[in-house]
Design a protein around this ligand. Structure first.
Ligand SMILES: Cc1ncc(COP(=O)(O)OP(=O)(O)O)c(N)n1
Ligand SMILES: Cc1ncsc1CCOP(=O)(O)O
Ligand SMILES: [Mg+2]
Length: 204
């Protein structure tokens, strides 16, 4: 499986409606602190928009809702994974991306045979407080050697200016939240990300 080199992460159907039509091919719906009904409604909206625009939707955390809504890709962190029913996820045909932050987590992730592995935070992030120090670019190369053919996603503090460094260090895809959502002009910044990642799109 190949991942698009630009992996956008946003927290609502409204953001998906704004940014996906610009040409985004890989998007994660990462919603926190909302009711199950609201999350379900946003998954439905996101799925419909992504279908129209040929964008792969990945649902963060809410794997049961993703199954119920007919989605085909989820992302789980290590704590999410510990509580999830992997057999049910696989039986429903979902692909699975997993977070990793250290060697022990990488071992756990590899044992679950995921469809991609994410490494973070590469740089300091303002999105959430994390106990891990920034991994740095060298660690990406080390992770790529460990994961082999499994696609590797780099995440944490990424900006347009940092894309080439992470992709040239061995990441297959660069994931981003705040460089886009907190930019004064998220649409223009999304277009900059599309332009900067275009030359890394894998041949089909
Ligand atoms: C691509 C990608 N990588 C890492 C994460 C983080 O997942 P997790 O550790 O479960 O933390 P939350 O995002 O749920 O706060 C991610 N969502 N996506
Ligand atoms: C959820 C997550 N996991 C590792 S870093 C991170 C936050 C990424 O956000 P940003 O791109 O704004 O640093
Ligand atoms: Mg999670």
């Amino acid at each position: 499986m190949r991942l698009d080199p630009f992996y956008l992460i946003i927290d609502s159907g409204a953001w998906i409606e704004r940014l996906v039509p610009l040409g985004v091919r890989l998007v994660q719906l990462r919603i926190k602190d909302r009711s199950a009904a609201e999350i379900r409604a946003d998954i439905r909206k996101a799925k419909a928009i992504c279908a129209v625009h040929g964008c792969q939707l990945i649902v963060n955390d809410y794997w049961q809702l993703a199954i119920e809504e007919g989605c085909d890709f989820i992302h789980l962190g290590q704590e999410d994974l510990a509580e999830a029913d992997l057999d049910a996820i696989r039986a429903a045909g979902l692909r699975l991306g997993l977070s990793t932050h250290d060697e022990a987590e990488l071992e756990t992730a590899l044992a679950a045979c995921p469809d991609y592995i994410a490494l973070g935070p590469i740089y300091p992030t303002v999105l959430k407080v994390m106990p891990w120090a920034p991994q740095g670019l060298q660690r990406i190369g080390h992770w790529k050697a460990r994961v082999g053919n499994i696609p590797l996603v780099a995440i944490g503090g990424l900006t347009v200016e940092r894309i080439s460094g992470v992709l040239e260090s061995g990441a297959d895809s660069a994931a981003v939240v705040t460089d886009i959502t907190r930019n004064p002009d998220p649409e223009s910044r999304t277009l900059e990300w599309l332009k900067a990642t275009r030359s890394h799109i894998p041949a089909t």
